[in-house]
Design a protein around this ligand. Sequence first.
Ligand code: ZN
Length: 269
Amino acid sequence: MSIDKLSINLATVREQWDLREAAEACARHGITAIDPWRDQVAKLGLSAAVRVIRDNGLRVSGYCRGGMFTSPDAIDDNRRAIDEAAALGAECLVLVCGGLPAGSRDLVEARKRIADGLGTILPHARACKMPLAIEPLHPMYAADRACVNTLAQAIDLAQALGDGVGVAVDTYHVWWDPDLEAQIARAGRMRKILAYHISDWLVPTRDILLDRGMMGDGVIDFARIGRWIEQAGYRGYTEVEIFSKRDWWTRPGDEVLRTCIERYRSTLM
Ligand code: ZN
């Protein structure tokens, strides 16, 4: 199975390598696309990051991340993220939309602020031709990271906002959803699937943030969800995104990339 459509989200090797080292390693392994994080780009400098990515012949399947609309300074920060994503030639800017503001219990208001924030940055994103990908996060993150928690909710937002806004489907966050098949199909009909991220759900999950699994080590049926994604007409990259403090971040980066490629081949078919 070809790995032409495999992308590596650089969170997966963030403890092993900086952006330059990770880009060179991906190229060495025959990987053709990456999704860098803003701190990784900032550390190298934007223009050096652009050069490193180009010199290694890599595409940028997405840029992580914007969003956090319930934080102060969100609008200016998102405009900067859009500019960076455009400079990098990213296919979309991935948005983690933000949780409850500190001290608040008003989930309804937080969700309204997210919709308002998206609407505020959208003209700039459209001017830069940078699609915004709303990523719904598992409900356990509703308080502190994102109170957009289901694919249906993300598609509703994207639909209301119109052109230039879609969704990122991340298996770790949405695998449990009884409505997943129908919502993937719905997003496909609307041509709003902008990114597909994969990592596995381990049993037990010891740390909701930093204990994501390698595909095949947990309980997610990647072949089935991948079929739904394909049937929905998505032809973009499948991006491996693994935050794994105790396991994969402790292993040599080359071993991680080799395993990503093996598991991509063995679990997605
Ligand atoms: Zn993701």
